[in-house]
Design a protein around this ligand. Structure first.
Ligand code: PMP
Ligand code: GLN
Length: 391
């Protein structure tokens, strides 16, 4: 008989097994498929930023940094927010550096939501949001983003109808994963109005803040009327500077909200990788122009993939920002996205993700497939060739 203790995940951890991203990456590695499932770039960020981290490793930046992050990084974050959005944060009390945006979001939910509280999210949602709510004993109330020829939109009445007395927080992601939507100023003003009216805390995940396409602009909810005192803005270096493996993120906001994040962070990771922090500060201060090159590559990848998917009979929705495009496979021989993805992996050896895995229920996402276009142009060209041969 085994002497190992039975594994008994609590209700809070139940069902949080392997993420869809890990699963799809494993499938791609196992089958030799091209991984357009998990959103990570193949080409690393600015050389000088990598060199700054190497220098820090070699020159003694290897012990615990302050819990809330190194002062140079916190100051660079404050400068970046002011420069881009006109929002002001105190580098001592208004910023905390986290181990990726994921930690910032999870710590915010754990630190600010009690068991039984409700969190408003747009559906489909990044997978860590419902997981964070579950860990907190809170519940997500989902407001559908509906696909249409102009992209994804929500019904303002549905947003209002989703608010209950138990709602404590609105968790927004713009530019949005997995839909590629960039929330407009009108939408953000509407969302701000709901937050103010119902006294909600807003947590805004802006990890794709620099990756906005076709002349659109990213706007910060924190800059809207009534929002500065109730918004925690989250971002990270991963997407903006192609450094996803560094896991350096941050949250900025009023002192009470930042304190809640810091309290949780203190007992999860305590601090974030020391030698990477000043390198990220350098990226924020000096390498913003570098992101223009990244956007150009992303756009060209997106368009190549979109053309090929259209030729294969799918309908491609506008990918306004971020790493992902949505293809509707309803008009193909395999109108079910789960089946389509399975067949794609086997026949074309390209892995993509059925969008419904991010949603509470398949409808209206059952025929949508998410393709990551953040890979190198060579990989995208190879994926296109495989899709052309097999779809
Ligand atoms: N938020 C969103 C919307 C994401 O797509 C991702 C993953 N790329 C993250 C957060 C995770 O960010 P990080 O790696 O900085 O934790
Ligand atoms: N954000 C990435 C995606 O959506 C994955 C990050 C992860 O694996 N946690 O594909």
């Amino acid at each position: 008989m085994s002497t190992a203790p039975a594994s008994r995940p609590t209700r809070r951890a139940a069902g949080l097994g392997t993420s869809v991203f890990a699963e799809m990456t494993e499938l791609a590695v196992r089958t030799g498929a091209i991984n357009l499932g998990q959103g990570f770039p193949e080409d690393d960020g600015p050389r000088e930023v990598l060199a700054a981290a190497q220098h820090a490793l070699a020159h003694g930046s290897n012990q615990y940094p302050p819990l809330n992050g190194t002062r140079p990084l916190r100051e660079a974050i404050v400068r970046q927010r002011l420069r881009r959005h006109g929002t002001r944060y105190d580098p001592e009390t208004g910023v905390v550096v986290t181990s990726g945006a994921t930690e910032a979001v999870t710590a915010a939910v754990l630190g600010l939501c009690a068991a039984g509280d409700e969190v408003l999210v747009f559906d489909p949602a990044y997978d860590s949001y419902p997981a964070a709510a579950q860990l907190a004993g809170a519940r997500c109330r989902r407001v559908p983003l509906r696909p249409g020829p102009q992209g994804f939109g929500y019904d303002p009445d549905a947003l209002r109808a989703a608010v209950t007395p138990a709602c404590r927080m609105l968790l927004l992601n713009t530019p949005h994963n997995p839909t590629g939507k960039v929330f407009t100023t009108d939408e953000l003003a509407d969302i701000a109005e709901v937050c103010v009216r119902h006294d909600l805390v807003a947590v805004v995940d802006e990890v794709y803040e620099y990756l906005v396409h076709d002349g659109r602009r990213h706007h910060a909810l924190a800059a809207f009327e009534g929002m500065a005192d109730r918004t925690l803005t989250v971002s990270s270096a991963g997407k903006s500077y192609s450094l996803t493996g560094w896991k350096v993120g941050w949250a900025c906001g009023p002192a009470d909200l930042v304190t809640a994040v810091r309290a949780v962070k203190q007992y999860t990771t305590y601090a974030t990788a020391a030698p990477l922090q000043d390198a990220v500060a350098l990226a924020l201060d000096r390498y913003e122009p570098w992101t223009a090159g990244l956007r150009a590559v992303l756009r060209s990848n997106r368009d190549a993939l979109a053309d090929c998917l259209r030729a294969a009979g799918t309908t491609v929705l506008p990918a306004e920002g971020g790493y992902f495009l949505q293809a509707d496979v309803a008009g193909t021989d395999t109108p079910d996205a789960l089946e389509y993805c399975r067949a794609l992996a086997l026949r074309a050896r390209v892995v993509a993700i059925p969008t419904q895995v991010f949603a509470q229920r398949p409808d209206p996402y059952g025929s949508l497939v998410r393709f990551a276009f953040c890979k190198s142009p060579r990989t995208i060209a190879e994926a296109v060739a495989r899709l052309e041969g097999h779809v």
